[in-house]
Design a protein around this ligand. Sequence first.
Ligand code: SAM
Length: 335
Amino acid sequence: MSQALDAFGRPLRDLRISVTDRCNFRCTYCMPKEVFGHSYRFLDKRELLDFDEITRVARAAVGLGVRKLRLTGGEPLIRRDVEHLIAMLAGLDAEITLTTNASLLPRKAQALKDAGLDRITVSLDAMDDATFRTMNDVDFPVQRVLDGIEAARTVGLPVKVNCVVKRGVNENQIVPMARYFRETGDTLRFIEYMDVGATNGWRMNDVVPAAEIVSLVNAELPIEPADAQYRGEVAKRWRYADGKGEIGIIASVTQPFCGDCTRSRISAEGKLYTCLFAVRGHDLRALVRSGATDEELQARLAEIWKIRGDRYSELRSEATNLDDTPRVEMSYIGG
Ligand code: SAM
């Protein structure tokens, strides 16, 4: 089948696959303990897509033009035998990446690499140990994340580090993060705190705008804008004036990039979302479990993509009263 274009002519290029809605961290801005506590009902095992089902959906998506598959969650490394899934996906004509908090990377890195993972993104929001422990809210130390990054590097997995910046919480970590990863040579990207889901109490005042991140870094470590590497690159790149590396900034709130958005997401229970801020997903699990053929699955995907008109982040900037809209949580849909 030919490549799929949505209502605005955007191609389908990326599929983010959530393999679990569970996580071993309780980051205060993502899975606050008060909501995701003992009484929270996570998905049962049989509600999750199994590896064959995920592979079928991924194969259909690749057939429609997807070039990058990203496993996420929840914490993808707590899904049992996730490396088996990677080995199954590795047979498809797409790059395979994974986003993780790195807590299990020291023992998983080699298996992930051997299974065919191409690269990895690690989330780390602070260099200061006390700040990080407070943010992840399970008292997890920075050093163990750094150990995970080191393990990935050692087995030959290129690493990107993502840092979400929240006003009054970790903006003082921007420069220390930049300094540290300038030395290691890992790509560092700062992400504006987004209004995903409904449980994190997001307010515009919590966002540290990209322009401010740039000026904070620039004051200590001079940077200049770098050209995008490809159309639709989400992170705006800035290189250090002395030539030693670069940083990226993902400004989804203050500089939305819906016009170039080629991403879709599938939740762990098989609902397809065509926008991170979508209200409703399309149930692919029902289709898969009803005995649909691969052709039928691909045709359904194409149909969903064709009518896609989402551009939430641009609308957010045009209107101010979208706050009441129900939205899915980041931990459910995957970052
Ligand atoms: N557990 C994995 C991890 O820690 O990377 C994967 C899932 S996590 C939901 C993916 C990413 O989403 C993390 O980098 C996290 O910081 C980010 N994230 C969660 N909530 C966010 C928000 N409101 N705004 C921006 N990024 C957010």
